[in-house]
Each structure stands twice: as structure tokens, then as C-alpha cells.
Design a protein around this ligand. Structure first.
Ligand code: FE2
Length: 337
């Protein structure tokens, strides 16, 4: 049977692929929008007032930002080196879409297992890039390839995962072709793994999409957890000698950083606290922070695995005194006996 040899959880946001000067482009959007934070929604100025005692002026100084950026580079390198060392044959990647392969208004499945043969990767057209919010197009190289590229999927495993989920009364969407309306190839949650962790030496893999982000059909954390548990049963029962890696891609708190929340989340993840992870209210798991549901699925997947979580780094990349930005983190579990 197939064997899981490695698990990794990593953030994947644009700040990992842009300079601190380019981070400032996002501050413009931060000021224009309203942002979920600890169950409520605030304007930029309201966040500055609310968080005035947290020292965010200093924590978002340009010097501090350069420090965060350097630590993230090291974190990504260490994660990629670990990948190189373990050399899994194939991967199963838990991630999400942000209006990249699905037009949210048109179709947005809660869970989708890609069962096709090939996964494309390519940049968006200039026309589509022009529609992106500030500071996003600048990061595209971090997950999208300049020229059209195709990666091999693992349709037999994808089909087996689907069958196992359906057998356990977990109805999922499948796609055997890349969605025709896709504005680019693999969504950034997946492209980040291909480019930054696998360093473009992409092994055959199964992309599994979860709608963490967009109401009204976001799965609850308990559902995300159960999903991961069943995916593990599927991998374990797949008749193959492949050594498998599993990934959770997304998070951590953003677009408003909440270190306290991230720390308690990671703590629960490390000690396999199912109750804590599955009782996080949906009001907290909104916007970019919602992507941690892919990590909750990974927690379900690792429920009965006896492997220790390793933290490479946790870096709260503040870009403004309102506490906006993305908290980045890099984690792995070695499951080789
Ligand atoms: Fe994302």
C-alpha cells in the first residue's frame, strides 16, 4: 500500500514573492477595504485605534519588514531542502481557489478532487492581470510559470480518494479537465508548492480544492477535519508502492494579523487537539485566515500518525500600523518510520 512519508504546512501569500517596497502597494488596498478581525469587521483606521497598544508602528517599520522578508526566504529554503531530502514520489495537496480557476459567482464547490491527467501552470493574460488588486500581479511569478507548463497528476489516486470519500458519505465534486474558465493554471495555493517547495521539479500530484474563502458554502472546520481523516484512509488503502507527501497550503492570519490566534492554532495543531481545531468559529476563519481550514484537514489526516510537528519559523509580516499583512509559517512532519 502507499505510504505517507512527509507532511508539510506552509503559507503561500504574495508577500513571500514580493519586495517590502511592493508590500506597500497592498497598504493602499488595506486602507480602502474593511477587514475581519476577531469576529468583527473593521476599517483600517478603526484597526489602528483598536490596536494602538500593540507597538504595531515599530512592528511595521521598514526595517522590521526587511527582517520578516529575510526570515521568510530562509523558511521557504529550509522547507524546500526538507522536501529534497525526503524525495517523495507523489503528493496530495490541500489548497483553495481565489477566483483563479473558478469564477466564484458562477461555480464554487465546497470540495473538489482533480481527477484529470495534467495540471497546467501559466501566467494570466495582461488583460486579466490588469484587473487584479494592487500588489498581486507583482507576486505572480511566485506560483505561475512564465511559459505554459504541464505537470502530471495521479488520476488513479484521485479516483480512489473520491471513491473513498463517497463511500464514507462525503459527496465531493470532481473535475477531469482543467476548468475552461480558468484565468490561469494551477491556483496560487498549488503553484506556490510547485515553484517554491518543489523548486519546479514537480512530482505527480493530486490537487484537492476546498472553498475555505467564500460564503455561503464554506465547510465548517469539523467538516474540513473529517475530510482530511478520510483522505488519509484513502491514501493508506491505495494499492501502490508510492511514497506520498501531503501538503496544506494557505493561511495564516490575514489580511489582519493576529499572532495570538496563530499561536494558539499552531499549539493545537502540534498537540493534535481536535476539539480546539474544530471548534474555531467560522466568524474567525474568514478572508485569508480561512485558508487554515486546509491545515485543519491536514490535522484530520495526521490524527493517528505518530510524528512530531516541526516549526521552521513563524513570521508575522506586518505591513502597516493597522496590523495588516500576512502571518507566514513553515511546518513539517517526517513520517519515515
Ligand atoms: Fe491564498
Amino acid at each position: 500500500m502507499a505510504k505517507i512519508v512527509l507532511a508539510m504546512a506552509t503559507t503561500h501569500g504574495p508577500q513571500l514573492h514580493t519586495t517590502v517596497e511592493q508590500w506597500q502597494l497592498r497598504v493602499k488596498a488595506d486602507k480602502a477595504g474593511k477587514h475581519p478581525f476577531r469576529g468583527k469587521v473593521y476599517s483600517f483606521d478603526e484597526l489602528v485605534a483598536l490596536r494602538k497598544d500593540e507597538g504595531l508602528d515599530t512592528k511595521s517599520s521598514m526595517d522590521a519588514q526587511r527582517g520578516y522578508r529575510a526570515r521568510c526566504d530562509v523558511g521557504m529554503e529550509v522547507l524546500a531542502d526538507k522536501w529534497d531530502e525526503v524525495k517523495p514520489d507523489i503528493a496530495v495537496i490541500l489548497g483553495n481557489d481565489q477566483n483563479e480557476i473558478y469564477e466564484t459567482e458562477q461555480l464554487n464547490p465546497p470540495f473538489m478532487v482533480f481527477c484529470g491527467d495534467k495540471i497546467p501552470n501559466y501566467m494570466q493574460s495582461e488583460e486579466k492581470r490588469a484587473q487584479l488588486p494592487p500588489g498581486i500581479a507583482e507576486a505572480e511569478h511566485g506560483h505561475a510559470t512564465e511559459t505554459y507548463t504541464e505537470y502530471q497528476s495521479v488520476p488513479e489516486l484521485a479516483q480512489h480518494i473520491t471513491n473513498t470519500l463517497m463511500d464514507r458519505d462525503f459527496d465531493v465534486t470532481v473535475s477531469k479537465v482543467w476548468p475552461k474558465a480558468a484565468r490561469n493554471g494551477a491556483s496560487h495555493a498549488f503553484g506556490h508548492i510547485y515553484r517554491q517547495v518543489m523548486r519546479d521539479n514537480v512530482v505527480p500530484n493530486v490537487p484537492i480544492y476546498q472553498n475555505t474563502f467564500f460564503p455561503p458554502n464554506q465547510p465548517k472546520p469539523s467538516r474540513s477535519y473529517e475530510f482530511g481523516r478520510i483522505v488519509k484512509q484513502a491514501i493508506d488503502s491505495w494499492p501502490s508502492d508510492k511514497r506520498v507527501a501531503v501538503f496544506a497550503s494557505g493561511g495564516m492570519s490575514h489580511f489582519v494579523i493576529d499572532e495570538q490566534f496563530d499561536r494558539s492554532f499552531v499549539d493545537a495543531l502540534g498537540r493534535k487537539d481536535k476539539t480546539a481545531l474544530t471548534s474555531i468559529p467560522l466568524s474567525i476563519l474568514q478572508s485569508g485566515t480561512s485558508e487554515l481550514k486546509s491545515w485543519i484537514s491536514l490535522a484530520g489526516l495526521l490524527e493517528d500518525v505518530d510524528a512530531k510537528m516541526h516549526e521552521i519559523d513563524y513570521v508575522p509580516c506586518y505591513r502597516s500600523p493597522a496590523g495588516t499583512g500576512t502571518a507566514n509559517g513553515f511546518y513539517w512532519w517526517d513520517l519515515r518510520d
